[in-house]
Design a protein. Structure first.
Length: 489
């Protein structure tokens, strides 16, 4: 089933690119097509009927005021997922219940979606993530624990040079072909899911700053990981610096105003020659970057943001991995001026960035929570929001297109605000770039080393690439008849 699923999706992706269709395939896109494929094939797996019966018998546990345990570890794990899903706000729900389906079928749909978000869409991972969730989590956590910055560098370099992967990497990364030139596809490598990526980022955030920067610079030089793995390392760098304040790791972070196009919804942009704002000029008051370190705190939106306070010594990272518009936020009250500033941070390495309108509801939920805290403390203050795009200081232009519904639902809590850019100084020299690419739809995997993209697009365009020796990991793969992601099956 995995081969069929991937080859069909890859064919859709290539056909859509040639025909300029809007259909696309992402490394860990938990779309409805994949959910449907996995849900149907799940029923063919050994142990499905037994699991379904146990789940159906356990669903009444969700109806009480508190979630009780059943004594069955695998069932308790999925019940907690269902309990969390039920606790979400209606406008944040990711999987809509089908009224024509039975409760257990709707529950299985939610569990398939959850497994895809946690472990990626490799069918084996999805099946295990439903039928044996707790054990699958333990296995992936053990693999993530092994992946420090040095092993990540070795993993990317070994794949680029030899098309080989470490024995534990099948639980962490995915390799897949993407369009490169008109008649060539290339390999790309990324983490298998957003959840795995965030777990690696959380682990790497504790590394020394110089190690993170070395890893980022190195991954940028390997074409297969230059826009995938490197962006997650940059996120770890950005979280580390933002939580440490304006003077972070000996470097100064200064927000710069972005220019709005005055449309609805607006798009904010900034040029490569923009300069930092003078402190206190056009910036929200109080400013989000302090001279002191903030404690990194997980913000869980499901139980009502119970860990979020009015203290300005915390740097909040949402506990959910599928946060649709921002990566972190801070809260800074100024009781002398009767204001509270909520700073929304979006971390990106892309020159163009968007988002989902579902993020607005979460921002308004933060605002409502802050107003409740103010009321509880008998305080009066205006709650305002400001947006911060955090990107590498590489001298490039950046644009942040706000999603639709910018001015909807703002009667009580107005999520609109000005936008600013924070450029994080990192080494971004690309140097020589290694490529591993596929020629047309039926060629063998080909591999070239230390070739610049410019040379490939110019001198090499239209010529068949030289064939490389077949390695142990690619000897059975062809681009057309057996192209699939090199991950666990």
């Amino acid at each position: 089933m995995e081969q069929l699923s991937w080859e069909c999706l890859y064919g859709i992706s290539r056909s859509s690119q040639k025909g300029k269709s809007s259909v696309s395939v992402a490394p860990f896109n938990g779309g409805s097509l994949l959910t449907l494929i996995h849900l149907c094939s799940l029923r063919l797996q050994a142990g499905y009927n037994t699991f379904r019966n146990r789940l159906e018998q356990s669903l009444p546990y969700l109806d009480g005021p508190m979630l009780s345990t059943t004594g069955d570890e695998s069932i308790d794990a999925v019940l907690k997922v269902l309990w969390t899903e039920r606790g979400r706000d209606q406008d944040e729900t990711q999987v809509d219940a089908d009224q024509s389906q039975t409760p257990v079928d709707n529950a299985l749909k939610i569990l398939v979606q959850n497994a895809t978000e946690e472990f990626g869409f490799a069918p084996r991972d999805v099946y295990n993530g439903v039928l044996n969730l707790s054990c699958t989590r333990d296995q992936h956590a053990a693999a993530v624990k092994k992946l420090n910055y040095s092993r990540l560098k070795i993993l990317a370099e070994t794949f680029s040079d030899k098309l080989e992967l470490d024995d534990f990497s099948h639980r962490v990364v995915v390799v897949y072909p993407i369009r490169f030139l008109d008649d060539c596809d290339k390999w790309a490598i990324d983490f298998k899911s957003a959840q795995i990526a965030r777990n690696v980022v959380e682990s790497m955030r504790l590394e020394e700053d110089k190690h993170l920067r070395e890893a980022y610079s190195f991954l940028r030089k390997i074409r297969e990981s230059s826009t995938t793995l490197s962006r997650w390392v940059f996120e770890a760098i950005a979280h580390r610096m933002l939580s440490k304040g304006r003077q972070s790791e000996g470097r100064t972070l200064e927000p710069m105003p972005m220019v709005s196009d005055d449309c609805n919804p607006p798009a904010f942009s900034i040029g490569p020659s923009s300069t930092p704002s003078t402190p206190g000029t056009s910036l929200p008051s109080p400013a989000p970057l302090h001279s002191h370190t903030r404690a990194v705190t997980r913000a869980d939106f499901t139980p009502g943001l119970s860990d979020v306070t009015l203290d300005n010594d915390r740097y909040y990272i949402p506990a959910t991995t599928n946060n649709p518009l921002f990566d972190s936020f801070t809260i800074d009250p100024d009781f002398d001026r009767h204001t509270v500033a909520i700073s929304i941070f979006q971390i990106t390495t892309s020159s163009m960035h968007g988002g989902s309108a579902k993020g607005y509801s979460r921002i308004r939920k933060i605002m409502a929570h802050v107003r409740a805290l103010l009321k509880k403390g008998h305080l009066n203050a205006t709650v305002k929001v400001a947006y911060f795009l955090v990107c590498p200081d590489d001298g490039s232009e950046h644009k942040w297109q706000m999603p639709g519904d910018w001015d909807k639902g703002i009667t009580v809590d107005d999520n609109r605000g000005e936008a600013f850019c924070i450029r994080v100084p990192v080494a971004t020299g690309r140097g020589k770039v290694r490529y591993c690419y596929l020629k047309s739809a039926t060629s063998r995997v080909s591999h070239t080393e230390t070739r610049q993209k410019r040379a490939i697009e110019g001198d090499q365009k239209g010529k068949a690439p030289a064939k490389a020796s077949r390695s142990s990991t690619s000897s059975t793969n062809t681009a057309g008849t057996n192209t699939r992601r090199r991950q666990s099956t």
